[in-house]
Design a protein around this ligand. Sequence first.
Ligand SMILES: [Zn+2]
Length: 57
Amino acid sequence: MSDEGVAIKRPEGGIVEHLCEHPGCTKWGSFGYAHGRAAPHWYCFEHQIEWPPAKKS
Ligand SMILES: [Zn+2]
């Protein structure tokens, strides 16, 4: 197992619990996606989203 694909760093000073945000999913959100200064969103491997979002041309 590896951590490849993790997009953001772990915050310092403690463990932050973050479960997958997919509706109805209770798995651990291993994949974090931060957009600008907004709070990061977390998804499990199964529900990980495309990141960065594909630019519309
Ligand atoms: Zn999920």
